[in-house]
Design a protein around this ligand. Sequence first.
Ligand code: 6PG
Length: 473
Amino acid sequence: MSAAEIGVIGLGTMGAMIALNIADNGFRVAVHNRTASRIPEFMAQAGDLAERVSGHAELSDFVAALAKPRNIILMVPAGEAVDAQIAQLRPLLDSDDMIIDAGNANFHDTQRRAQDAEADGVPFLGIGVSGGAEGARFGPSIMGGGTSAAWGRVAHILEAISAKYEGTACATYMGAGGAGHFVKTVHNGIEYADMQLIAEAYGVMRDGMGMDAAACGGVFDRWNEGPLQSYLIEISGKVSAATDTETGQPMLDVILDRAGQKGTGRWTVIESQMLGTPVPVIEAAVVARNMSAARDLRLSGAAAFGDHAKTIGQDALTLDDLERALIAGKILCYAQGFDLLDKASADYGWALPMADIARVWREGCIIRSAMLNDMASALADTPGQNLALAPYFQNVIIKNVDGLRKVATVAMAAGHPVPALASALNYFDTLTSARTTANMLQAQRDYFGAHSFERTDRDGAHYGPWLDQHLQG
Ligand code: 6PG
């Protein structure tokens, strides 16, 4: 085989699928894996595509197989493994050879690696890749970060392998350094929230309305024909309909209610706190996963307090209310995510292309949905504005927020936890409050710490009448 146009290191599920996708799009690709026995296995998996793939057990042979200047994708576990791989690889490379980290990196690591690369005068890209194994194989959504020159060098390959939305490639340059991985992190935060909102709707149907998994699946299938059309609603329908081959039970009913996480949702929340831009629905989703994981504690709680949840009758809540709750909750959650992106863009000096972020998520990624096309239009029409306040989404919220209010209040009154839905409603009610209760907080702060406050009737820093009194005893 003549020199490969690109290399892939790491033949785990995602790396293997990306390498096959690259070969499938007509590019020659060299691959390497730390555990060498995986390489012949992968070559066999490649089938006919193997003619465009060369496998190399030795890193030096892998490097030698690549056309210069070299472009090398790393698909190794995020964190130390990436630094170790870069340290091993760099001495074998020329100064114009480029390393592309395509894992789920913490964007702070990507910022640091980009700075190191710049100081060393070598090109580096950090790209967020979404879509799971199937997306990686047949078209993921790709969010790029680094210099625009570095992106330009491999854009034709990344665009070719990416998902297409009505012919447009879902591969976009987001900005310098860790911009691509930051956008991917927020994507995952939204993914956590979207999943949690759906899980709560399922909980209301299962525990409140007494519906079995198949019936819930039918509802998801129906919702997937309307405004909620999305990959996550679609797969919720599919998993609800599936049967466990071992027991014949609905598959959902034999899956333990303890959720895992690799941390990207948590990172979104941490960054939102650091930037002072709240993402409460995402936060509720991360907390819900943590609470799910604390199963022993929940079992003790259930034993101590007994089952207090009540049935919810069709007269109290309808499936239409639930659908409308999810529509409003979803918009409010995305509004938070885009606000966070906007703030990060300003603080990190990225100039993130907000409408293009919504566009790149329309196909290939886990949160792909019909609504993202409307979000892209709204973000383009009213840049810098909270998505919930964009005229189109204002109207959608007006039509649906009473469904959210009804579901959150009825579910809570009946004792069913709906933390993400309730959080979305609280966000809406706070977002639309001209007057909050923070005047009380300011008074308290001033009372115990002389922190001062602003007045409603004139500028400046002011103090309350309490300072002299209580400090002098
Ligand atoms: C994607 C997914 C993918 C993965 C995450 C989330 O966009 O393709 O987000 O990156 O599923 O690692 O996993 P956790 O739920 O384990 O955090």
